[in-house]
Design a protein. Structure first.
Length: 580
């Protein structure tokens, strides 16, 4: 009897069947393994989060300890760094602690944890979930390093501060050789590469009428006899006149920078550079001159620690000290009449491009004499704890102190007759607001708030605000970022402004029957909000247009559903709500 083997066709058929089975089973097995690994990773993060909460509780019992809202780095021992230098830590006792990562706190609770380049956040049911994110890496091609960013799926990456490379400037950021548009949603891990453009080396120069500023040398052959320096290393800038110099320095021991100039008043002015201590001294044989028409004069002097403003300066230009992250204190003399837009801010714009840096200012002394505090002057100066506004000030610009998260109290003098939009937005620790008596336009009515007299609008609230009974409107962003858990809105209020309680700590609130309109995003990102009760639930509708007279009807009879709708970052919470 003959043994019959497989024919070639039969063998090929078997191979095809096996291949089809592999195509079906391998992805299923792989997916199962991936989900199992993700579940195990999430469990590890949950255990670590519980250990952090226990460590905070133990420390609160042993000592007067409060952990502030914000994000904290995890060191290589798995402990939380409580300051930038990690000299103060919160010791965590969990097993298998991570060697790096970030833990973010909001309303004294853990809101998110980043570990192994993965982001975990607590959802509305306090369940820890893995958020789909991507890593954006920055290749600076020999420039100063820039940290990578973790970006949510479909969101955009923030354009970083330009890196520094001596002799070059950033032309653009590229992705795989093409210009990168920072408005592009991120849907995968990417590496952005900087394209450098050769440029003359930076030097401090003086020009016509002592135009002190950072400039570049003209293109062409560089004169190597001139003294160059990277401006980002400068720690100190001071102005001296009539032969005076700081103790220990003489003109002979300093290196002269180019372009001595004789001013219109006959003074000889020259700048000197001390390479050892990274100081610049601007020296005059007469009265000091400062070109007051310059903006960005010392912007991004990231190592600048000391600066003396000359006593005859009348204007501090826009962005003059923007990004000076190590400048902790500044005295603004009485001769200064105007502080222009974003003079000390951490964030600023040049044209259509936005830049994020840091503001290190903790203490500002403003002598009596200034009349105008411009737009965003101390924007995002998160270390600023107190501010004196002298009674010479007549106007405070939009966002002047927005993002000053350490500011606890403010007094507005009677001289201030103009207050811009969101002057104290996101000042989450703000507890006390006082308006001096006699102010023609504003008052506090003993409520720790700024109230516009003419319109009965509460413009700015604080943690301790009690809304007076005769208030008609709660202004845009009046309580944004405030640490309030509840507040009573009186029956006199008819309108709640855009973002009025944005990112506040509210847990519940009642909307009185007098309210007929709620602005866009009034309760967005109030993560602790669980109940919003409408005293009159009839006739409510929403629309994406502020001017709409009709829209989509909505049932507001359920307080829990209302809270979910109003606080959601997407959806109907971002619309205008009205009652017919």
């Amino acid at each position: 009897m003959k043994n019959k083997g497989f024919t070639l066709i039969e063998l090929l058929a078997v191979i095809v069947v096996l291949g089809a089975l592999a195509l079906i089973t391998v992805p299923i097995v792989t997916s199962s393994i991936t989900k199992s690994q993700q579940s195990a990773d999430t469990r590890k993060v949950e255990i670590y989060a519980k250990s952090i909460n226990q460590a905070i509780l133990d420390k609160q019992i042993d000592e007067d300890f409060i952990i502030e809202d914000g994000c904290y780095n995890v060191n290589n021992s798995g402990n939380l760094c409580l300051n930038d230098s990690c000299t103060s830590i919160l010791e965590i006792t969990a097993k298998n602690k991570p060697k790096s990562g970030t833990v973010c706190m909001q309303d004294k609770k853990i809101s998110s944890i980043t570990m192994n380049d993965k982001l975990y956040e607590y959802d509305e049911t306090d369940t820890l979930v893995l958020i789909k994110t991507y890593t954006v890496t920055f290749n600076t091609n020999g420039g100063t390093e820039i940290s990578s960013q973790i970006v949510h799926d479909g969101e955009t990456v923030k354009k970083p501060k330009n890196p520094y490379k001596q002799g070059y400037k950033v032309k653009e950021w590229q992705l795989k050789g093409n210009t990168y548009n920072f408005d592009t949603p991120v849907t995968k891990n990417i590496t952005l590469t900087v394209l450098w453009e050769e440029t003359p080396i930076y030097t401090l120069m003086t020009g016509e009428n002592f135009n002190l500023a950072i400039k570049t040398l003209e293109t062409g052959t560089l004169d190597q006899s001139l003294i160059y320096f990277p401006f980002s290393e400068i720690k100190r800038v001071e102005f001296y006149s009539n032969g005076e110099l700081p103790e220990g320095y003489t003109l002979e021991t300093l290196q002269a920078l180019p372009s001595t100039v004789v001013s219109e008043t006959g003074e000889t002015i020259k700048a000197y550079y001390d390479d050892n201590d990274k100081n610049i001294f601007v020296y005059s044989d007469g009265e000091i001159a400062w070109n007051e028409n310059r903006d960005f004069m010392f912007a991004e002097f990231t190592e600048l620690e000391e600066f003396t403003i000359p006593s005859n300066v009348t204007r501090i230009g826009a962005h003059t000290f923007a990004g000076c992250s190590k400048l902790k204190e500044i005295l603004i003399p009485s001769t200064v009449k105007t502080i222009d837009d974003y003079a000390f801010s951490a964030s600023y714009n040049i044209g259509s491009t936005s830049y994020m840096s840091a503001c290190g200012i903790e203490n500002v002394i403003i002598e009596n004499g200034i009349t105008r505090i411009g737009k965003g002057v101390f924007y995002d100066c998160s270390s600023l704890k107190s501010i004196n506004i002298p009674d010479s000030v007549t106007s405070i610009g939009d966002f002047a102190f927005s993002g000053c998260t350490s500011l606890t109290s403010v007094t507005i003098p009677s001289s201030v007759t103009i207050i811009g939009e969101e002057p104290f937005g996101a000042c989450r620790k703000l507890e006390s607001i006082t308006i001096e008596s006699g102010n023609p336009n504003y008052e506090d009515r003993g409520s720790n708030a700024i109230i516009e007299k003419a319109t009965n609008t509460l413009l700015v609230g604080s943690k301790n605000t009690i809304i007076p009974n005769n208030i008609i409107s709660i202004g845009d962003y009046a309580f944004s970022g405030r640490r309030i858990t509840s507040i009573t809105i009186p029956n006199s209020v008819t309108h709640i402004g855009n973002g009025a309680f944005l990112q506040s700590g509210l847990t519940s609130i009642t909307i009185p029957s007098s309210v007929t309109s709620i602005g866009r995003g009034a309760f967005i990102s109030c993560s602790s909000l669980t109940s919003v009760t409408f005293e009159n639930p009839n006739g409510w509708w929403y629309s994406s247009s502020a001017d709409a007279t009709t829209g989509t009807s909505i049932d507001v009879s359920n307080p829990s559903t209302n809270a979910t709708n109003l606080k959601g970052s997407y959806g109907i919470g971002r619309n205008y709500w009205k009652r017919s």
